[in-house]
Design a binder for this molecule. Structure first.
Ligand code: CP
Length: 301
């Protein structure tokens, strides 16, 4: 996200909307191209949307579980350099952004961040695409993020403020590994970012209310994280996206999934008339296509 200015972000989103409307036009555009997808962590949406996206564009995708590769026993730079000799593009979901950076530096082909502890750029691009589809514009809208400040809120705040949207973070704390002072400095300096600790005040005038898990996927079932998980469940209850907060408002309800029903969001809100959660999930497919077409030189921003 940091590599794209507001105009480029919006152009990419517009391309994804265009691709979604006219899918057949792009069916052979990545003929004979190969995507390597390497995962240190679990995934449903990111894996399937990239794999299906590449197939629908005429190319091929290879799923690699980190634990079954030689990345586990060798230098990430050497393995990445070699991997990039076989494929045209890489998507990686790694625990540490610093490892992703090493991979990108060593790779001879583009490397896409499929989520790390600091950022989730493909998610935010798909999110803005979904908002634009529903609202017809981005500029001037107000997005409120409820819960814990994390990789998703980081990237979403940057995407929103770069495209002229107002972003309100309503979170009692930040997940420590996600903190990026440079990013915070930029969003706070944009004049479009605010922090509000009271959820009722935060959602006033909101066009979108968004939430995400309070506990990262890699530690959700880890017994070593159990105590901290319990603390978070108690701390974040007042920040739940629920019926009381959004019923009767015009705010669209968003969640990047997977959902922990009854924790960060209640059941009513997931299926409420204003929920666009499943459109948001589907749009991961269309935005991944636009991202790959852009990185492989098939579209210009
Ligand atoms: N939102 C998202 O990235 O979903 P997955 O973890 O299933 O890929």
């Amino acid at each position: 996200m940091k590599e794209l200015n507001g105009k480029q972000i919006e152009n990419l989103i517009d391309k994804a909307i265009e691709i979604k409307k006219n899918q057949q036009k792009w069916w052979n555009s990545l003929d004979h191209k190969t995507l390597a997808m390497i995962f240190q962590k679990t995934s449903t949406r990111t894996r399937v949307s990239f794999e299906v996206g590449m197939t629908q564009l005429g190319g091929h995708a290879i799923f690699m579980d980190w634990r079954t590769t030689q990345f586990t026993m060798s230098d990430i730079k050497d393995e990445s350099k070699c991997l990039s000799r076989f494929v045209d593009i890489i998507m990686a979901r790694l625990v540490k952004h610093s490892d992703l950076q090493k991979m990108a530096d060593a790779s001879g082909v583009p490397v896409i961040n499929g989520l790390c502890e600091k950022y989730h750029p493909c998610q935010s691009l798909g999110d803005l695409m979904t908002i634009k589809e529903h609202k017809g514009k981005l500029n001037g809208l107000k997005v409120v993020y409820l819960g814990i400040g994390n990789n998703v809120s980081n990237t979403l705040s940057l995407a929103c403020t770069r495209t002229g949207m107002n972003f309100t973070l309503c979170a009692p704390e930040m997940d420590p590994p996600c903190i990026d002072e440079e990013l915070l400095k930029e969003v706070k300096g944009s004049g479009l970012y605010e922090e509000e600790k009271d959820p009722k005040k935060a959602v006033q005038g909101a066009d979108v209310v968004y939430t995400d898990t309070w506990v990262n996927m890699e530690v959700f079932t880890d017994p070593k994280f159990e105590k901290e998980k319990e603390r978070r469940m108690k701390t974040f209850v007042p920040y739940q996206l629920n019926r009381k907060l959004v019923e009767g408002t015009d705010a669209l309800v968003m969640h990047d999934m997977p959902i922990h029903k009854g924790y960060e969001i209640d059941e009513w809100s997931i299926y409420s008339p204003n929920s666009i959660i499943f459109d948001q999930g589907e749009n991961r497919l269309h935005i991944q296509k636009a991202i790959m077409l852009w990185l492989l030189g098939k579209i210009k921003l």
